[in-house]
Write a protein of this length. Structure first.
Length: 114
């Protein structure tokens, strides 16, 4: 079991986004995600993990990008804001915020259960 962080410096931070996207541009959005967004995101200092989700019923996309410190998350948010202005034809940010990651969970790997 993971112990809670004991110091502020131990807390990870995430950049969370809620986006309104144009379903007619889905192929372009997905291509851009794999060709540009993921490589740029994963190369950022302090990057831990990233999740890009989409609900076709609402036309909303959701992103959660986790960093190991606040400074890296703040810097990445600025990168996203600058790039979002250029990519507005594909989708626009409804909410973009840096938040504390208070806890996380993941499935045990099959190797660790044996």
């Amino acid at each position: 079991m993971n112990a809670p962080p004991t110091r502020k410096a131990d807390i990870m931070h995430a950049v969370v986004g809620f986006w309104t996207v144009d379903e007619a541009l889905r192929a372009e959005r997905v291509r851009g995600l794999h060709e540009e967004v993921i490589p740029i995101t994963s190369s950022q200092p302090g990057f831990v993990s990233g999740y890009w989700m989409h609900d076709p019923e609402t036309g909303k996309s959701h992103t959660t990008i986790v960093f190991d410190d606040r400074e890296s998350a703040d810097r990445f948010k600025s990168v996203v804001e600058a790039r979002s202005r250029r990519a507005a034809q594909v989708g626009t940010a409804d909410i973009l915020a840096v938040v504390d990651v208070e806890a996380h969970a993941q499935a045990a790997s099959p190797e660790s259960v044996r």
